[in-house]
Design a protein around this ligand. Structure first.
Ligand code: HAM
Length: 418
């Protein structure tokens, strides 16, 4: 009997890992520069955290959660997203205690029982960033700027930023009523889910992927027409700040996002190159969530990057997964192999990445292996080099070769490449 991975759960193979590392290290560097600290939360949480936080009527909670039951009959769910978990940790550990403004990021797997397709998996990975404690538009613009900086840094400067304003508990009820009234006589065009949603949570009709529902919603009332003065002012400020930072965007009044906790600014970063799964990142303000989950009335805003989708774009754009690094020692003949084995041991101790062949092989075979391993340099040593005490050091990018004294080669290589 043999096993394959479960549908929608995929292996990330060593050949691909370079892209993941590039993305992760760029995010760590950039987010740290913006004052974010890393937090790691468990994969398993009480189910109520998500059903309350994300909303019972969302696709995520109503259809997509991986839920199991503990011995006392209490539901536990594999996190479908990270925001509710980070908010739980923020409340549980009073992370607001010392510092009213708290910026947190987290990286890890999420689980949603969706139909797998290009860019959509059942286990996928996100990089999340959340700012707690600031209600103003500057944190909205800052977090969007940070997202755009990440994409530009990894070489994806051609993505499209969509923004929208969803209003607040003051103004959204009026919009919801208007939307419900609009949907009232559209029963023929709506799917069974949306017929229910138009009563329970009409905004969720905007998320529906069924063509008929998309057609109905095309003529629906538009949220910005219902914003209160404060929300309108906030959205105007966000746009002014983005203009000030020279960040291009598109206002998309249909962007409601698939989670109930959002208010005011929402945004999504999209690509034309991934078919239907076109969002590589999404987020927004969620000022009511900390209170809803039992914490103080602290505002917040955040977003998540979908790592699989970004890696697919990086692979498609043909950039290198990982840069060449380290040294390969191509040794020919017994004496050279013996010396190389010891040099490799010493060089690794001093922190340099070094590899060599376990078996005696031709120079051609060893150079091929060095290339496959993405070595930046190769030290070539055969009987002649051992006799003359001078080896050849080859730069694998430029193909240039220079002579290197073998007597003090460990110190010299550490100095040159370390
Ligand atoms: P979301 O839009 O559900 O938001 O997910 C964010 C990103 O995760 C998406 O734009 C997409 O790139 C990726 N993603 C989502 N589902 C899948 C999937 N099945 N397969 C592959 N990639 C996927 C959230 O999760 C919010 N918690 C974001 C947030 C953080 N809002 C505030 N803070």
């Amino acid at each position: 009997m043999s096993f394959n991975s479960i549908k929608g759960f995929k292996d990330i193979l060593p050949e691909e890992v370079g892209y993941w590392q590039r993305l992760e290290s760029a995010a760590r560097r950039i987010y740290t520069a913006y004052g974010f600290q890393e937090i790691k939360t468990p994969v398993l949480e009480w189910t109520e955290l998500f059903s309350r936080g994300i909303g019972e009527e969302t696709d995520i909670v109503s259809k997509e959660m991986y839920t199991l039951t503990d011995s006392k009959g209490r539901g536990m769910t594999m996190r479908p997203e990270a925001t509710a978990s980070v908010v739980r940790a923020y409340i549980q550990h009073r992370l607001y205690g010392k510092n009213p403004i708290r910026k947190l990021f987290s990286i890890g797997p999420m689980f949603r029982h969706e139909q797998p397709q290009l860019g959509r998996f059942r286990q996928f990975h996100q990089i999340n960033a959340e700012i707690f404690g600031d209600p103003g538009p500057r944190s909205d613009a800052e977090i969007i700027a940070m997202a755009m900086q990440l994409f530009e840094t990894i070489g994806l400067g051609d993505l499209c930023l969509n923004i929208n304003a969803l209003g607040c508990p003051e103004c959204r009820p009026r919009f919801r009523d208007e939307l419900r009234a609009f949907l009232q006589d559209k029963a023929d065009g709506l799917c069974a889910d949306c017929l229910r949603r138009r009563q329970t949570n009409p905004l969720r009709v905007f998320d529906c992927k069924v063509d008929g529902c998309k057609g109905v919603i095309a003529d629906a009332p538009s949220i910005p027409d219902y914003l209160c003065g404060d929300c309108d002012g906030h959205f105007g400020e966000v746009q002014a700040l983005l203009n000030h930072l020279n960040i291009s965007y598109m206002i998309n009044h249909k962007l409601v996002r698939g989670l109930d906790y959002y208010n005011r600014t929402t945004f999504e970063i999209r690509t034309e190159r991934l078919g239907a799964q076109n969002a590589v990142a999404g987020g927004g303000r969620y000022d009511g969530l900390v209170k809803l989950l039992g914490g103080p009335d602290h505002p917040a805003i955040g977003f998540a990057v979908g790592m699989e989708r970004l890696v697919a774009l990086l692979q498609e754009s043909g950039g290198p997964g990982a840069e060449r690094s380290g040294l390969y020692i191509a040794a020919l003949g017994e004496d050279a192999e013996k010396a190389a084995f010891q040099w490799a041991f010493q060089l690794r101790k001093s922190g340099l990445g070094v590899d060599m062949s376990y078996q005696s092989k031709s120079l051609k075979a060893q150079m091929k292996q060095a290339d496959r391993l993405q070595a930046a340099h190769v030290l070539i040593v055969g009987d002649n080099e051992m006799a003359s005490g001078v080896g050849l050091l080859r730069d694998m990018d430029t193909k240039e070769q220079s002579e290197l004294s073998l007597k003090d080669c460990v110190a010299r290589l550490t100095e040159l490449l370390g």
